[in-house]
Design a protein around this ligand. Structure first.
Ligand code: KE4
Length: 431
């Protein structure tokens, strides 16, 4: 495939943009080579600046659950832009999306719109700290909650030691208030809680992880966290930026039947526009300014164009439950095809999958946490990624990401991805 224009754009980009991208994962550093610059997309396809067509499995890292340029969402945005772009004043659509979100996710009694998943998670832990009067939070290794300082924390060395900054610029002071535990390890959580009795404000997790690759909660894990948080007065926060409105109409919390105190959202709720949100129990959310003392604000929060896109998206998902049966079937078909090829080639790789999220891990370990995810053969994944790309299949350029299916994928596309997967697996075996 000729990708000269993308290469030239990347050279230009690196002169004025750190790493040539506005978000690190896009730079292909985990897989090598030069990133593809996307010019447009439609349905299951993305088109790069050289006119190459790809069937895609990123879908903007989750938002494009209905495929690209869905006519309903396009129309909602084109109608909205006629009335200007932003007012910095309350609007009807913000009321309507709040009503819709709280009806689709009943654990959310009140919700605040923001502009990204990062803003949502930063704000959620702030209000949890304000509500409880406590300072510490617990997060899990391998879970990503955006680039807020409190989340860029490496695992502490022992069960009761504090986190250490995982990025320059994050202070030791901030890091000392973030405790980390291995995902799926309830005992480690209990130890942290016992060692910090009465000091933990919140526990935040991806109820299904996308950000170490797709990793599912073990049976009893979410229930155990709910029990511990109830016993200790800790605010349980489900970061559903990825899983919200994807794993079911009511997200992971509906699918697993575990109710958090707060939920953070993003991606799908903006229909591809910059939107995040946090919400949950009214007794907690009532602490948010201007009703309560916990300050949080945003010039473009509830932006009318973004709300138009998000409303169109959520309204469609709310009125078309068949979306989820379609995605379940597509996920089953695709990952079964992957598993068949893995077996046929005598490989023992792991495929983690739930609904329309999946990751093919280049490891023979069962992947239930960050260490097992990190046992994957990254050079082999890099070869696989490029072999898929050269066959016109556009996947996330990192082993530690979930892939996302959209309803725009039809059998013909899934069959093509399965065929390309087998070719790419063979290519990844060549040294
Ligand atoms: P944003 O600030 O990127 O909108 O959301 C942060 C965030 C929070 N919580 C979860 C569970 C998330 O997955 C994310 C963002 N996801 C990544 C995908 N790994 C976005 C892609 C990127 O960083 O470019």
């Amino acid at each position: 495939m000729n990708r000269e224009t993308s290469k030239n754009l990347f050279e230009r980009a690196q002169k004025f943009i750190p790493g040539g991208v506005n978000s690190p994962v896009r730079a292909f550093r985990a897989v090598g080579g030069s990133p593809v610059f996307i010019k447009s997309a439609k349905g299951p396809y993305v088109y790069d600046e050289d006119g190459n067509e790809y069937i895609e499995l990123i879908n903007s890292w989750g938002p494009m659950i209905l495929g690209h340029a869905h006519e309903l969402i396009q129309k909602a945005v084109s109608d909205a832009v006629q009335g200007s772009f932003s007012f910095g004043a309350p609007t009807r659509r913000e009321v309507e999306i709040a009503e819709l979100i709280t009806s689709m996710m009943p654990s959310i009694e009140k919700v605040r719109m923001v502009n990204s998943g990062t803003e949502a998670t930063m704000s959620a832990i702030r209000v949890a700290r304000g509500f409880t009067g406590r300072d510490k939070i617990i997060k899990f290794e391998g879970c990503y909650h955006g680039h807020g300082d409190s989340f860029l924390i490496a695992a502490g060395s022992g069960a009761i030691t504090h986190g250490a900054p995982d990025s320059p610029g994050v202070t030791k002071g901030v890091a000392s208030d973030t405790l980390t535990a291995p995902y799926n390890d309830l005992n480690a959580v209990q130890q942290l809680v016992d060692a910090n009795k009465g000091n933990v404000a919140a526990l935040i997790l991806e109820p299904v992880v996308g950000n170490m690759g797709c990793v599912l909660p073990e049976p009893g894990f979410l229930e155990g966290l709910r029990r511990i948080c109830d016993e200790e007065g800790i605010v349980l926060i489900f970061d559903e930026v990825m899983t919200g409105f994807r794993l079911s109409k009511g997200g992971a919390q509906q699918r697993f039947g575990i109710i958090p105190d707060l939920t953070t959202m993003g991606k799908i709720i903006g229909g591809g526009m910059p939107v995040g949100a946090y919400g949950g129990k009214a007794e907690i959310m009532n602490w948010v300014s201007p009703l309560g003392p916990v300050y949080q604000a945003g010039t473009l929060s509830g932006n009318p164009i973004a709300m138009a896109a998000g409303l169109a998206m959520l309204t469609y998902l709310n009125e078309h439950p068949e979306v989820y049966t379609t995605l379940e079937a597509s996920g089953e078909k695709l990952t079964n095809g992957f598993k068949n090829s893995i077996a046929k080639l005598g490989l023992d790789y792991t495929v983690n999958h739930i609904g329309s999220m999946f990751t093919l891990f280049f490891t023979n370990q069962t992947v239930t946490d960050f260490p097992s995810a990190k046992s994957s053969d990254l050079p082999a994944f890099g070869k696989y990624f490029h072999a898929m790309l050269d066959q016109g299949i556009y996947m996330g350029p990192s082993q530690f990401e979930s892939m996302f299916l959209s309803t725009a994928l039809e059998d013909q596309h899934i069959n093509r991805i399965i065929e390309a997967n087998e070719v790419a697996l063979k290519a990844s075996l060549n040294s």
